[in-house]
Write a protein that binds this ligand. Sequence first.
Ligand code: C5P
Length: 290
Amino acid sequence: MNQGFAHGRGAARRTVAAPAKVNLHLDVLGRRADGFHTLETIFQTLELADEVTVALSPGADGIALTCDDPALPSDARNLAWRAVDAFRACRPVAGRCDVHLRKRIPAGAGMGGGSSDAAAVLRALAALVPDPPSAGELAAMAAQLGSDVPFFLTGGTAHALGRGEILTPLADLPRLALTVLKPPPPLPTPSVFAALTDAERGPREALGVAHFRERYAAGRVEPLHNRLSAPARRLEPQVDRLLDWLAQRGAPALLSGSGSACFILAHVDPPPGVRAWRTWMRPRSRLDAL
Ligand code: C5P
């Protein structure tokens, strides 16, 4: 539990991985009164990961966030910053809190980069303070930060309902190879949900955890389904073209979350103009592994 600590000049420091995710299944079950959608989804963490370092040092209380991607905000607009605030509202963290993000996960991709960074901050702080929050307290902080954040407290393969916070862990799948491919335009999550037609929005019944346990029992994850593919295709022609291109590669492929990244369960070279990351599924036991 304590590996990763380095004490120097009074600072306690921890560096953890913040893995990307894909959704192996994502269905919209309906719309809630607060405007959020109820979902049924299967989350899966990937070896592709950001690296998050949290350091606590004596001095005046404060947060300093640095990031190797200058395009990302390094203030309270960044979910990693808000994660420190949420943690501090629940547990005293004396002194200065420095957070550094080494970004590898593309932004605006539907791969949970910001959410995973925030969960990594919560995990790192929990490991650094003398009186760590319970798993339930951490889950409450995570849910308040965003729909995908609670999943990143445990990672692996998980079934989710609600906004994504009602989680049931599933047995690890084999470490399947996959390639993430991202066309340049990002897709803002709210726009994709807003572009659902009434018929796509539901209401419909959840398939349930038992369905997925049985479906994945042999270590195969077909068929893949994402209800957000249709609105993402309508909003962004490059996603539409990429999903058609992937459908001809002979391996299961899907939009990731709300896009604009897509993934295929194979290692492939991308078409021109599309960035690609070759990676593997990451089991729960490797959540923090750098
Ligand atoms: O919770 P998060 O900040 O990730 O959600 C971003 C946006 O995506 C929400 O403001 C909402 O428009 C949409 N969303 C939704 N239903 C969900 C998750 C996200 O409508 N379950």
